[in-house]
Write a protein that binds this ligand. Structure first.
Ligand SMILES: NC(=O)c1ccc[n+]([C@@H]2O[C@H](COP(=O)([O-])OP(=O)(O)OC[C@H]3O[C@@H](n4cnc5c(N)ncnc54)[C@H](O)[C@@H]3O)[C@@H](O)[C@H]2O)c1
Ligand SMILES: [Zn+2]
Length: 277
């Protein structure tokens, strides 16, 4: 950008999915110590998640998402028309974060997806507009209250403890949303055991993910022991202890004290679940 003659009066426009918005946001946040940027999201995942909230980062050989900053876009555009050219697996992938948002804060959205999944996957404008707006609303409400992830923002991490670990252990054969879907199954299964949601609610979440076309079982090629070990690289780990966010029924999250949204989980508790998935 410097070589091209851009200076501090420029603006960065990210047109693409989460990979583009993460990188463009990072560049915008550091170029000239910060120039404005706009996200124009062309994937469902970016529309639902990556383009909103201001987390930007670049990956290196040593770590994913660790070199970055929180830098808010001036505007976010969601172009539903672009979803029509998305490969089907990427559309399905984006639905994982949408279901996560529904599970943690929006029961109506959950019911809507149950009833309208065919329309959504056919990129029906009305259905896609509806889920986009609800997605943005859930994420926006949380980020507005806790931009720097001191507490509440952790709830957006629902399903990600196992999800992120399995994404890495799969060597990124699984897309982020696919890995998240499996992480959500682990979360509802353990949550049900702990009494945070009923068996019926657990099965309803799993059934919806299946209906959407997301995986709900750990693939055979995943080394379960490596997966358990990988859980400890989660950012929520404190004092060497695993911590999970749990949904409460469908549409709310559990709290474990004032402003505490994650609960310590013993390795044996989660190991048993993962070995049987
Ligand atoms: N910053 C955040 O808060 C946040 C949140 C979630 C995910 N992410 C990041 O987002 C990335 C995943 O985002 P993604 O799923 O959008 O992936 P992506 O940006 O890689 O896009 C997926 C694929 O679709 C292609 N593509 C994009 N738009 C298209 C369109 N309209 N039609 C056809 N093809 C299109 C891309 O070229 C790419 O091959 C990951 O790197 C993840 O770490 C960031
Ligand atoms: Zn995610």
């Amino acid at each position: 950008m410097l070589a091209k003659g851009f200076r501090r009066d420029c603006c960065v426009v990210a047109v693409g999915g989460g990979v583009v918005s993460d990188l463009a946001g990072f560049v915008a946040g550091t170029f000239g110590r910060g120039v404005p940027f706009v996200n124009y999201a062309t994937t469902l995942l970016a529309a639902a998640d990556a383009s909103i909230g201001g987390k930007t980062a670049v990956d290196t050989d040593l770590a994913t998402n660790l070199i970055g900053l929180i830098y808010q876009p001036k505007k976010v555009y969601v172009d539903i028309d672009t979803w029509k050219t998305l490969p089907k697996n990427h559309l399905v992938n984006g639905m994982a974060e949408t279901i996560k948002h529904a599970c943690l804060a929006d029961f109506e959205l959950f019911e809507y997806i149950e009833k309208n999944i065919d329309k959504i996957l056919q990129c029906d404008p009305e259905a896609c507009e509806y889920i986009s707006e609800r997605n943005c609303n859930v994420k926006y409400q949380v980020v507005m209250k806790d931009e720097k992830e001191k507490s509440l923002r952790e709830i957006l991490n629902l399903g990600h403890t196992v999800g992120r670990a399995i994404e890495t252990v799969s060597d990124y054969k699984l897309l982020h949303g696919e890995a998240l879907s499996i992480g959500m199954v682990a979360q509802v299964t353990l949550g049900c055991k702990l009494g945070f949601l009923t068996e019926e609610e657990r099965d309803r979440v799993i059934a919806l993910q299946k209906k959407v076309g997301l995986p709900v079982e750990i693939p055979d090629y995943i080394d379960r022991e490596a997966l358990v070990k990988k859980l400890y690289t989660d950012k929520k780990v404190r004092d060497g202890k695993l911590r999970f966010v749990f949904q409460k029924g469908i549409g709310e999250v559990m709290t474990f004290g004032e402003d505490v949204y994650a609960r310590p989980v013993a390795e044996e508790e989660i190991r048993e679940i993962l070995m049987n998935m």
